[in-house]
Design a protein around this ligand. Structure first.
Ligand code: NDP
Ligand code: 8X3
Length: 256
């Protein structure tokens, strides 16, 4: 049974979707464990949410580093007494290189963060969720996990990997009081494109003439999946802007 004040652990809570999920779940009565590398941002968010009544643990975590994830999860569980909902959100894309061109640094950053970091977050958090006796693992996948596009081979591979992990974990946890959901957005206006392209004008151009999702729209999908009755498991949510009809950018309605 869902506790009165469940605890949600969110990786990548310093911006975008992770930050929005933190705000939305705080509003819904959750306590929070928030982590990212830019700990100053996470601490500022934590102060704001504490002022609204949530108990919030905030700390630096680098999900490319095994020891960092292990320490973050252990400290969060110790500070808040339990972990129930795990939002494995930390992730990024780097560049638009073709498969044969991608620099090792970008290849490693994407696979270590988007796949290995997610596996290890679950590895360390799952025993705490099992101990708590009620929980939900939320993956933040992508439409890039459903359809690949040129220049996105490794990012798409990482998000296809998330889909595979979510499907496997759903099977593995069947019969336990732990639900598994993958929320897979299309274009969302966050820092994602700036991180990927390292150029403010190019990042802005990604969303030119169309209305992308807001991070809060994706957070609402997370909240909805978690708040549905216990008997319901939302396996997968594919959510795109009304202006985006294909999983890739191939069919996006843009005003001139
Ligand atoms: P942002 O760049 O705004 O946020 C990414 C978050 O991930 C930041 O909080 C960042 O924190 C964190 N992060 C990145 N690397 C690490 C790391 N090594 N350790 C810890 N935290 C890390 O982008 P979004 O909010 O859009 O991205 C969130 C997730 O949503 C990602 O998994 C992305 O793939 C996915 N997604 C995004 C879409 C979009 O169009 N925006 C669409 C579909 C999926 P910090 O840098 O402080 O460590
Ligand atoms: C982010 C969406 O289309 O840029 O996951 O890959 S896309």
């Amino acid at each position: 049974m869902r506790p009165d004040r469940p605890v949600a652990l969110i990786t990548g809570a310093s911006s975008g979707i992770g930050e929005a999920v933190a705000r939305t779940l705080a509003e819904a009565g959750f306590d929070l464990a928030l982590g990212a590398r830019r700990v100053d941002r996470v601490e500022a968010l934590a102060s704001e949410l504490r002022a609204k009544g949530a108990r919030v643990f905030a700390a630096k975590v680098d999900t490319r580093e095994t020891a960092s994830i292990e320490a973050f999860v252990a400290a969060a569980a110790s500070a808040l007494g339990a972990l129930h909902v795990i939002v494995a959100n930390a992730g990024l894309a780097r560049g638009l290189d073709k498969v044969w061109e991608i620099p090792d640094a970008d290849l490693e950053a994407m696979l270590r963060t988007n796949v290995e970091g997610v596996v290890k977050t679950i590895r360390y958090a799952l025993p705490e969720v099992r101990k708590a006796g009620w929980g939900h693992i939320i993956f933040i996948g992508s439409t890039a996990g459903h359809q690949s596009y040129e220049g996105g081979g490794v990012y798409c591979a990482s998000k296809h990997g998330i889909k595979a992990l979510a499907h496997a974990l759903r099977l593995e946890l069947c019969g336990e009081p732990i639900r598994v959901t993958s929320v897979d957005p299309g274009m969302v206006d966050t820092e994602f494109s700036l991180v990927r392209l390292k150029d403010a004008d190019r990042a802005t151009a990604v969303y030119a003439g169309m209305e992308p999702l807001r991070a809060s729209d994706v957070a609402e999908c997370v909240r909805w999946s978690v708040m549905l009755p216990e008997r319901v498991n939302v396996d997968e949510v594919i959510v795109k802007p009304k202006d985006q009809a294909s999983h890739t950018g191939a069919k996006v309605a843009r005003k001139a």
